[in-house]
Design a protein. Structure first.
Length: 642
């Protein structure tokens, strides 16, 4: 009887109602009798109403599978959602996939971890709150409550006891803690940079947030170029490790994602060392990349482009520019010129005329007098000597592609994790003491257009220096939301830890994540940042392994059928279109209409509301149709006709 009970729950989990109806001949069994008495549906033919009643009746049993002791743990992780307030079909697809995998391994006897949370900071929530004249945290919490209920209506088997939200101070306290660790290791730094500036949203945009026409991905405004002092994380230091890690046997079925990651990182065929450039009475850091590391010892001059950020606003004068070489402790001259074949994405060149014929020619072209000396080098040995010396002096010496840049994390908006740095005139940038974390966002009384940055909240900005006690100011930039999502997969395993981000003991036997499910649009940047953070945390001894994820399941987009006027490209609502023979036309004008499958969007009138599907068909029909016909990696064309 126990076996039958388990089978019945499996059947009702799939909720194939006809099977239950056809089990009437078993009505003498005690179990079926109880079911008959509880629902009273056995004499009826199956219909939508009955299906929904069956789903509701069994929903708690489906999601309450008890944990098994002394069995392997299996970690299934879908990418957590931004709380927009409403689920869309992309959400339904990713969570139907992860829920199916989680359910399969539970029924296979595994202790499955299947958590969910909220990627809750960011510009969309802040702008939406401003439009509605409410506070961002109120808007966000309302959306979380709404989406949480929708996910429960779909009967997804999530570990709600592990739920987290990145805008909760209990979470971002530890994001700030990790930032301070990066700062201690010299991997978080501040410098001037040319940035993409959105004049409407008034914030920096990553290159990937600017379209091919030079417009903002959100506001549509033409992006401006600005020079701002920004915070960076030195991801380039781990470039070679991250590149080589893509060959790890622990990675299962990454397929073309490996090539996407390799292309982003680039071939690590050069080395970076940080020199100090003398500008007036101070020195500024200058990263120099070369494919010949021995030049860090034998270099005689530096060529720098006129567009280099350090020269911004300066009167250019080749006669007095110097740079301190940290490996030799000697100053070498710097010449401003664009007549150099700089490496891709670089605008600084280190020349060694005594050892390189091309560098000797360059010196002659620039009018630099040098002696051509025949120095015979063991380049392989000299390259390694230079790298070892740079690493010993902690000034670089790591292999990296010339194209790869460090991670710019500064955002000039309110709704994000505050950067835990205090600026003091005497001491410079000072880290907030660990015991003072979290640095909480100040709650503003009203969301007005002028209150979009922390810089405008003076009572919060003004503070005392933790080092010398003098008057100081807090950092007013917040962190890019990619920082919040770069380590959340570890916090899920120890969500209630009040002493540190997580305990390594809670990770053992559970990491790397067995299956990570999410959209292909996150297979480059988010995955790169998450891999970097995992490698960094492993270097601190916090995690059992470097790679965070074993297997990736990258789902394709959910597509809807769209209609647009052929002559103008205007999108039409399906109700405004009619089929005439084999052709489609606009009802009012008779104009020809193009029909195509595109990513679901409200603006294209081809979206689908999961709530309608739940009320019309039930959660299981919706999920089954989402999973049917095509593999997860392929785009899914959604239609009621299915």
């Amino acid at each position: 009887m126990k076996t039958y009970n388990f089978s019945l729950k499996m059947i009702t989990y799939l909720k194939i109602g006809k099977i239950l109806v056809n089990c009437r001949h078993l009505h003498n069994s005690k179990t079926i009798g109880n079911l008959k008495n509880s629902l009273g549906l056995w004499h009826l033919d199956i219909n939508t109403e009955i299906k929904l009643k069956i789903e509701d009746h069994w929903s708690q049993d489906v999601v309450s599978t008890p944990k098994l002791k002394d069995v392997d743990t299996y970690y299934v992780l879908p990418m957590f959602p931004y709380p927009s307030g409403n689920l869309h079909m992309g959400h339904v697809r990713v969570y139907s996939i992860s829920d199916t995998i989680a359910r399969f391994y539970k029924l296979s006897g595994k202790n499955v971890i299947h958590p969910i949370g909220w990627d809750a900071f960011g510009l969309p929530a802040e702008n939406a709150a401003i439009e509605r004249n409410i506070l961002p945290h109120q808007w966000t919490q309302t959306n979380i409550d709404s989406m949480k209920q929708q996910l429960k209506n779909l009967s997804y088997n999530f570990d709600w006891n592990r739920e987290l939200s990145t805008c909760d101070p209990k979470y971002y306290k530890w994001t700030q803690y990790i930032f301070l660790k990066l700062f201690e290791k010299g991997l978080a730094y501040q410098c001037k940079a040319k940035v993409n500036w959105d004049p409407v949203d008034k914030t920096v945009l990553a290159d990937e947030q600017v379209d091919e026409f030079g417009c903002s991905w959100r506001s549509g405004a033409k992006v401006e170029s600005k020079v701002l002092t920004q915070w960076f994380i030195k991801t380039t230091k781990f470039a070679q490790k991250l590149y080589d890690g893509l060959q790890s046997e622990s990675l299962e079925d990454w397929k073309d994602i490996i090539n996407l990651q390799r292309h982003w990182i680039g071939e690590c065929n050069g080395v970076i060392v940080t020199f100090q450039m003398k500008l007036g009475n101070e020195y500024k850091s200058l990263d120099i990349w070369t494919s010949d590391p021995y030049k860090f010892i034998h270099g005689e001059f530096i060529a720098i482009s006129k567009s280099n950020i350090l020269l911004h606003g300066l009167k250019l004068d080749n006669s007095n520019l110097k740079c301190l070489n940290p490996l030799t402790n000697m100053e070498i001259p710097v010449y401003v010129t664009d007549n150099v074949n700089f490496a891709p994405e670089r605008d600084v060149y280190l020349a060694s005329p005594a050892t390189d014929d091309e560098d000797y020619k360059l010196a002659r072209e620039l009018g630099i007098y040098v002696n051509k000396r025949d120095i015979i080098l063991d380049k392989e040995k000299e390259n390694q000597d230079a790298i070892d010396l740079a690493q010993r002096k902690c000034v670089g010496g790591h292999y990296v592609s010339s194209k790869l840049k460090d991670w710019l994390i500064s955002r000039q908006r309110y709704w994000g994790t505050p950067i835990p740095i205090i600026h003091c005139r005497e001491c410079g940038p000072v880290p907030v003491p660990y015991e003072d974390l979290p640095v909480e966002l100040p709650l503003v009384e009203a969301v007005e257009p002028g209150v979009q940055t922390l810089a405008n909240i003076h009572d919060w900005v003004n503070c005392k220096c933790p080092k010398c006690g003098s008057n100081a100011t807090r950092e007013t930039d917040t962190m890019d939301t990619f920082v919040d999502s770069s380590w959340y997969y570890y916090r899920f395993l120890d969500p209630n830890n009040n002493e540190k981000p997580f305990d390594k003991n809670h990770l053992s036997g559970k990491t790397p994540v067995n299956v990570y499910v999410g959209g292909k649009e996150h297979a480059v940047l988010h995955l790169y940042y998450a891999r970097f953070m995992s490698y960094f945390l492993h270097s601190l001894g916090w995690t059992p392994s470097e790679e965070p994820f074993k297997k990736l399941v990258v789902q394709g987009m959910v597509m809807g059928q769209s209609y647009k006027v052929k002559s103008s490209g205007k999108y039409l609502h399906p109700n405004d279109v009619e089929k005439v023979g084999k052709a489609y036309k606009e009802k009012n004008t008779g104009e020809a209409v193009l029909v195509q499958w595109e990513k679901m969007s409200k603006s294209k009138y081809n979206g689908e509301n999961p709530e309608r599907l739940l009320s019309s068909y039930g959660s299981d029909t919706t999920k089954l149709l989402m999973l049917a016909d095509v593999p997860p990696e392929t785009s899914r064309r959604w239609s009621d006709a299915k």
